[in-house]
Design a protein around this ligand. Structure first.
Ligand SMILES: *[C@@H]1O[C@H](CO)[C@@H](O)[C@H](O)[C@H]1NC(C)=O
Ligand SMILES: *[C@@H]1O[C@H](CO)[C@@H](O)[C@H](O)[C@H]1NC(C)=O
Length: 335
């Protein structure tokens, strides 16, 4: 008993024992699904694919999978990516229509093409050819979010420097002279930006990472966020570690926070400090951005960081390792 207690106290926060699954937000069933794959001897890629697929089925927080985040036309479209940290292969899809299993399609891009990234209608045709079922991604819930938005004069939206005034009116919009540009008030709705980002590290240190999301609520059709972009939404390198990001993707993708965090871990930074630096870099230009990053290195140490905002002072994530053997909810104080 005493030995056991000493053992517990000796473990620094963020230490894990391999294998390890870590993902953004309290999406516990996704962690479980990934963990089961590893327990059954499956690969880290399968774990990430199955974990993120779970969220696509469960519509985690309405922010992943079908029936959420309708765009300006009321349609739900999906973005996803998966990365193999052994080979540096990536498969990604964005603006995917009518197919529910976006990360499955991303995996198919990786395994059945020499490409990295397919988008839009053509990605859906590719998916159907690969055996995925085409279905309507609209639900009563996404339809009601959309109709309410229309009733609210299309508020909020992502337009700026256009006429008519996008803060009061629906489109169609025309460009307005830039000189008249006024800073639009930032609206922070953390649930408009959730994403599942997941890192799996095997017993032997193999790293895989992936993401899946339905993007930003009321996005302009065609908008692609950070999630499917390698180095932005997630990154994996079995010689250094893995990272995944969630939040205001339009801003975050400009800084490749996942790539940055992995590079910092390569040079010896602890995962929590690598995550912090990735957040700080964005903060310097966008102090009000909403976002968080999770990081894990090849020995199974992990950490997370987030940008503190009114209404967002703690970021929750899930961890499963061979010590816990079940998904544990963790959180980090934003700074
Ligand atoms: C969606 O709404 C329609 C009309 O209100 C209703 O008939 C239908 O049962 C609803 N579907 C679900 C899955 O709730
Ligand atoms: C992972 O991070 C921990 C904590 O900083 C560190 O002790 C460990 O050496 C790192 N592992 C590798 C392979 O760099």
């Amino acid at each position: 008993m005493t030995t056991f207690l000493i053992y517990i106290f000796m473990l620094p926060f963020g230490h894990a024992t391999l294998p390890l699954v870590i993902n953004t937000w309290p999406f516990r069933d996704a962690t479980s699904a990934a963990w089961s794959v590893l327990q059954a001897g499956g690969s880290v890629l399968d774990a990430v694919e199955q974990g993120c697929s779970r969220c696509e089925v469960d519509q985690c927080d309405g922010s992943v999978g079908f029936g959420g985040s309708p765009d300006e036309n009321g349609e739900t479209t999906l973005d996803a990516m998966i990365m193999n940290g052994d080979t540096m292969e990536v498969g990604a899809v964005a603006d995917l229509r009518r197919i529910k299993n976006a990360i499955g399609v991303a995996r198919a891009v990786m395994q059945h093409t020499e490409h990295t990234f397919l988008v839009g209608e053509s990605a859906s045709v590719f998916a159907e050819n690969m055996g995925f079922t085409a279905e309507d991604l609209t639900t009563n819930k996404s339809l009601s979010i959309f109709t309410q938005w229309l009733k609210d004069n299309c508020q909020p939206n992502y337009r700026k420097s256009v006429l008519p005034d996008p803060s009061k009116n629906c489109g169609p919009y025309k460009p307005r002279a830039m000189s008249k540009q006024r800073q639009r008030e930032r609206q922070i709705d953390i649930h408009a930006h959730d994403t599942i980002g997941m890192i799996a590290i095997g017993q032997d240190g193999h790293v895989a990472a992936g993401t899946s999301t339905n993007g930003a609520n009321h996005k302009i059709p065609g908008r692609v966020g950070d999630s499917p972009v390698a180095g932005a939404g997630a990154y994996a390198d079995s010689t250094a570690g893995g990272a995944a990001a969630t939040g205001d993707g339009d801003v975050m993708m400009r800084f490749l926070p996942s790539f940055l965090a992995v590079e910092l871990m390569r040079t010896g930074a602890a995962p929590s400090s690598a995550c912090k630096t990735a957040i700080s870099r964005i903060k310097r230009y966008y102090p009000e951005f909403f976002g968080a990053v999770i990081c894990a290195n090849t020995t199974g140490h992990y950490g997370a960081a987030c940008n503190k905002l009114p209404g967002f002072s703690k970021f929750s994530f899930m961890v499963s390792d061979s010590q816990s053997n079940i998904p544990l909810l963790k959180s980090v104080d934003c700074f």
